[in-house]
Design a protein around this ligand. Structure first.
Ligand code: SAH
Length: 243
């Protein structure tokens, strides 16, 4: 059976999906709750990655080993980093890089040791469907302000980036390494690497909850509470219908 895993980082992001889950069955494993059921005609497992790269890698591995999912889709929020990536915009990932991985001078900064690469790519076919689902989903939300849809590199690391200076420094350092990032979050690169190891298709969409600046700690909780769940709900709906 083809089963799609839908991962969220926070309970608020998952809430809208849980509400729509049919024949829900909760299975606790590895200190986490996994929800099996059907969503828009597809067999799915909903899970919380939890926060940070290690937690997300554990959840992804459990989804693959224990629940035998065929693909993983991440929906969540992120801080905007690229120019013109504003709160309310949506970023569909092409690739992920770990902004806090640095084994230099043994390996180039950002390179994952023994993999010979610093970026992990999302699955092209699944990502194309997610991009289309995000486009249609955004339109259907009929938001008051125009939200843009971006497509590109996302950086992950074990840090909530919440200062304009910090964000600028991070962005510049990544640029020096040849990585032009659109957004920053805390889990995607870990899930991408696990999926690479297992040869499993992975795609990710992140709604911009804050600009990773001095306002981030104020913008982030507001956004998560009021809109993140709705975005995840409509984008997932259009994606599952297109699979
Ligand atoms: N205070 C929160 C913890 C949030 S950590 C709580 O109560 O649970 C921030 C989460 O949102 C992470 O899952 C991360 O992936 C994403 N995120 C949003 N904005 C971010 C930013 N500016 N920097 C890093 N991660 C961000």
């Amino acid at each position: 059976m083809i089963r799609t895993a839908i991962l969220s980082a926070l309970a608020e992001e998952q809430q809208g999906l849980l509400e729509l889950l049919q024949q829900p069955e909760k299975i606790s494993h590895a200190g986490r709750d996994f929800w099996q059921g059907r969503l828009h005609g597809q067999a799915v497992v909903l899970a919380l990655s939890r926060i940070g790269k290690v937690a997300a890698a554990t959840t992804a591995t459990a989804l693959i080993e224990r629940f035998e999912v065929s693909r993983i889709v991440f929906t969540g929020v992120a801080g905007g980093m690229g120019e013109g990536v504003q709160v309310g915009d949506v970023v569909v990932a092409t690739e992920f890089v770990q902004h806090d991985l640095d084994a230099s001078p043994l390996f180039p900064q950002y390179e994952v040791p023994l993999y010979g690469q610093s970026r992990f790519a999302c699955d092209a076919a699944l990502t194309a469907l997610l991009l289309e689902a995000s486009r249609v989903g955004l339109k259907s939300l009929a938001l008051p302000a125009a939200s843009l849809l971006h497509h590109g590199l996302i950086a992950s690391g074990d840090r909530f980036v919440s200062g304009a200076q910090e964000s600028q420094a991070l962005r510049s350092a990544l640029q020096v390494g040849g990585h032009e990032v659109l957004a920053v979050e805390m889990e995607g690169a870990a899930v991408a690497q696990v999926c690479f190891d297992y040869g499993l298709p992975f795609a990710a969409v992140r709604t911009i909850s804050d600009r990773a600046d001095d306002q981030a700690h104020v913008d982030f909780p507001l956004f998560v509470k009021e809109v993140a769940s709705r975005y995840a709900q409509v984008i997932t709906q259009h994606l599952l219908k297109s699979l």
